[in-house]
Design a protein around this ligand. Structure first.
Ligand SMILES: [Zn+2]
Length: 534
């Protein structure tokens, strides 16, 4: 039984949900030994055909797990289907007995004439979720490839508008590499009370939307962005991929320093797609990029963890965040997006507007997916980028991927034709985040280097009063009303014991970068990067 599901870099121990396991040959029980947490060994003797039967509890709703109830079943085979060791490359079929009230099965797997779903190898099975239930199925086409939406759960979607917009999104993403890799494609859209996220697969995706958010313009557009993201993974990661991400080892962590390529570049393209598809204006896209840059540079973890380290340690950091994560780590999604934007701008400027990141994706597609039929090492990725840009990019990757240095925003974005203004703003903040719990003000996060950190405030402290004034989940507001005293007495309760802390306050600095462009000075590189601007 796999311990993880590709695309979601965390050991989830799916074997924890296996309840019973038995093997028989000609109706007789065979001896079974469980050899470790997720492996069963069967003594088959001389038997040529054996039948293995096992039960799996499936009641964890997420895009990476399996969930079954009276209404529907979302099956992620990596969390349900065991593999026979040594037979991972053998083709097989799945038969499904639907409960009486279920009427439909949606999956990207093809069906044979006997009504069984067919897979060529375990990887294909693991990468093909199945949606069972009474959902609606909507059809559309992208560049001649049939697409289906399995619309699960009650929702307030406008079907006509969604299918039109989704088609535009899919066409925009297809045009990046220019070749569609699928015979057919399936979006499984899970409409839920609250939640979000998605997971990419070989010929399908599962995406989650709040069932009543479809009429909210902002939330609708961010859902289209999520669809764009998962859809672009069809190319980037499912086919154009870091060498470590396939064939997968389903029994342990699969380490790579290139998750930023898989997720950062994809996140960048999901934002860029909104611009290319006409859902946002150039200035909105530039403001989004500005937001990502400012968030990154003001996150303490950006001085501690590099992009390659963040990729490598996804298994224990990104997927296992705690109250200190922002202080010591970055997200390879967010910094990866920023570095992808810088790379796109760099290529565009270096070629004077003749090439951009699309050309790198095309080169990786042809060279590694089509010709070599394998993934690439980071050296190969960087060499391909150098070739497209026509200038040595190793120093770019050394600085932005493997060092803690602040990216070269001014030069790179300036050369590509943007105007940049960087300054340090005064920031009045205690540096702690609190929440109100049963009327108590509880500290949830303490930012390293900030006044609360320096004064010894801990996560889980209950804040009671500042200089005798009661705190009601409003410590920063109270400090402001008290005119930010340089030294105050902070009453906290820690582990049931009252404590008075000397709270030392001083304003901090905040990195602030703003971007724009001059309408009279649109360069060919800027248009190659961001498309027609005027
Ligand atoms: Zn992704």
């Amino acid at each position: 039984m796999p311990v993880w599901t590709p695309g979601s870099y965390l050991v989830r121990e799916f074997s924890k949900s296996v309840e019973r396991f038995e093997a028989t040959a000609s109706g007789k029980q065979l001896p079974v030994i469980k050899t470790n947490k997720n492996n069963w060994s069967i003594s088959k003797g001389k038997a040529e055909k054996i039948i293995v039967t096992y039960w799996v509890y499936a009641y964890e709703f997420s895009v990476r797990t399996s969930f079954v109830d009276a209404e529907q079943a979302l099956i992620n085979p990596s969390s349900i289907c065991m593999m026979a060791q040594g037979m991972e490359n053998v083709a097989g079929t799945i038969g499904i007995n639907l409960p009486g009230n279920y009427t439909k099965i949606s999956t990207a797997l093809p069906k044979n004439t006997e009504g069984y779903f067919v897979f060529q190898h375990y990887d294909e099975l693991a990468d093909s979720p199945l949606q069972l239930g009474n959902h609606e199925e909507w059809d559309f086409e992208v560049r001649g490839v049939p697409h289906k939406v399995a619309m699960v759960g009650i929702n307030n979607a406008d079907k006509t508008r969604f299918l039109k917009d989704l088609k535009t999104v899919c066409e925009t993403m297809t045009d990046i590499v220019g070749v569609h890799p699928c015979k057919k494609y399936l979006f499984i859209v899970q409409n839920v009370e609250a939640g979000g996220g998605g997971l990419e697969h070989l010929n399908s995706t599962v995406v989650v939307m709040n069932r009543l958010n479809w009429k909210d313009e902002g939330k609708y557009k961010s859902f289209l962005g999520l669809c764009a993201h998962e859809y672009f993974h069809l190319w980037n990661v499912k086919r154009i991929r870091p060498i470590e991400l396939g064939p997968f080892n389903y029994h342990a962590e699969n380490y790579t320093e290139q998750l930023w390529v898989a997720e950062g570049i994809t996140s960048y393209y999901d934002e860029l797609a909104m611009l290319r598809a006409g859902f946002v204006k150039p200035m909105q896209f530039i403001a989004t990029l500005e937001g990502y840059i400012n968030d990154l540079e003001n996150r303490p973890g950006s001085k501690i963890q590099t992009l390659s380290q963040s990729s490598h340690d996804a298994w224990i950091k990104e997927y296992r965040p705690n109250e200190n994560s922002k202080n010591t780590s970055i997200s390879y999604y967010a910094k990866g997006l920023v570095v992808a934007a810088l790379l796109d701008a760099k290529i565009s400027a270096a070629t004077n507007g003749k090439k951009n990141l699309d050309d790198l994706m095309k080169m990786l597609w042809t060279r590694y997916y089509i010709d070599k039929k394998r993934g690439f090492t980071s050296t190969e990725f960087e060499a391909a980028a150098t070739e497209v840009a026509g200038t040595e990019l190793k120093p770019f990757f050394d600085k932005h991927v493997r060092s803690l240095d602040i990216p070269d925003y001014q030069n790179i974005l300036g050369d590509a034709g943007l105007t940049i203004n960087v300054k340090t703003e005064k920031r009045q903040s205690s540096g702690m985040t609190t929440a109100s719990e049963n009327g108590k003000t509880i500290v949830k996060y303490v930012e390293s280097g900030m006044p609360a950190w320096i004064s010894g405030v801990n996560v889980n402290d209950e804040l009671i009063a500042i200089n005798g004034f009661r705190v009601n989940n409003d410590a920063d507001d109270l400090l402001k009303k008290l005119s930010y005293p340089a030294l105050s007495k902070l009453m906290v309760c820690r582990g049931g014991i009252l404590k008075e802390l000397n709270f030392t306050y001083a304003p901090a600095g905040r990195f602030s970068l703003s971007l724009g462009f001059e309408k009279e000075k649109i360069t060919p590189s800027l248009e190659k990067w961001l498309g027609k601007i005027n």
